[in-house]
Design a protein around this ligand. Sequence first.
Ligand code: ASP
Length: 427
Amino acid sequence: MAVCPACNRCSKRVLSNCLMSSRTFTIAVFAGAILGAALLLLDHPPGLDELMAFLKTLFLSALRMIIAPLIFFSLLAGIVQLGEAYRLRTMGAATAAYYVLTTGIAILIGLTVVTVFHPWTSQPPLVTPVDVPPASLIEAGDDSLIGVLLGLVRTIFSNPFEALANLNILGIVTAALLIGIAMVLVLPRDSAWPGLLQQAAEVVQRIAQWAVNLMPLGVMAVTYELLGSADWNLLQQLLSFCLVVLGATAVHGLIVLPLIAWLAGGVNPVELWRGIARPCIVALTTSSSAAALPVSMAAARDEFRVRESVASFVLPLGATMNMDGTALFEGIAAVFLAHLFGIELSTIDTVVVFMVAMMSSVGAPGIPSGSMAGMQVVLLAVGIPLEAIGILLLIERPLDTFRTAVNVEGDLIGAIVVQRRLRTKSI
Ligand code: ASP
């Protein structure tokens, strides 16, 4: 029986359970925002400001606590799983190529939109650069090319335990990559490790889900703080950020992915919309790729006649590893927050954002706001203070619905494309 990674129950009950829990979650988040705004009417009674500051720190610290293990185990389990996939040769290679290509295009669209149009530069940054520089991806060295390279090498090849303890993202990613590749090469086929690692990743993702569940409190505190300071400049910038994210997501979901489905999968846009409508509606209403998985599986089989062997490989893997909408969102959000915090991103920083957004979207669990923990990795990568993520909370929920729909659309088109590539082979 298929088991849902979101709630660990059988596929029949999963859908209603996930629908219910994510609806409750969404309602709680909006209630948090309304309550935060309503508390302002009390005109700062003693202790309320401190309580709100405490709740905000509680939420951000819980998220921060889980970043390092989340990235490490999700990546390691993913690599070992993909290693297994490579044993399935063509299917694994075609699937991996599709994931990398489409996620890369999605981030490129996002970064191109913000680099070409500079939507926020007409507005001043929210804060001037902080005196104490935040943790950054690359250890500070001298500014010469060789100095930067040395710093990079030292950061990449650091002791894995040190990397985990110090939240050195590049070190964590390198350790996960090396250990994962070595495992694929060394372990026997019947090794228990892939299963164990998958379970470890699920445990960590569950803890991340608990942290994300604190979001209504975080939203209440952030709404209270932001509306309290009546920063209309910031609200205006947030609105333009939402429009940019929605526009770029629409380009990817309504133009790029359908074109790929047509050219590489042989499915025209009309057939495509007819077939993906149900899973996309489930994604829109649940904000969870995992919750939409059973519906996506049914659509792949019934609407696009994708073989069971292909659907049951590409779709579950895609629900956790292939997130175009998420990667696009993270790329744009990093550039937006960098501007707000007065941090100028160099070309190298932009390349780093590209790579880290791609990796963190792979590590994000397919649950509502699942990418919030990974988003911090992208911020850390270019030296944006982690506090910055609080600003996103106000608009995170509505945006999540659309990016999840694009994530699910991308997974389904992946199954169609991989199926077509394998048509002549009997896998
Ligand atoms: N909600 C997204 C999904 O389930 C993950 C995220 O971007 O937060 O696909």
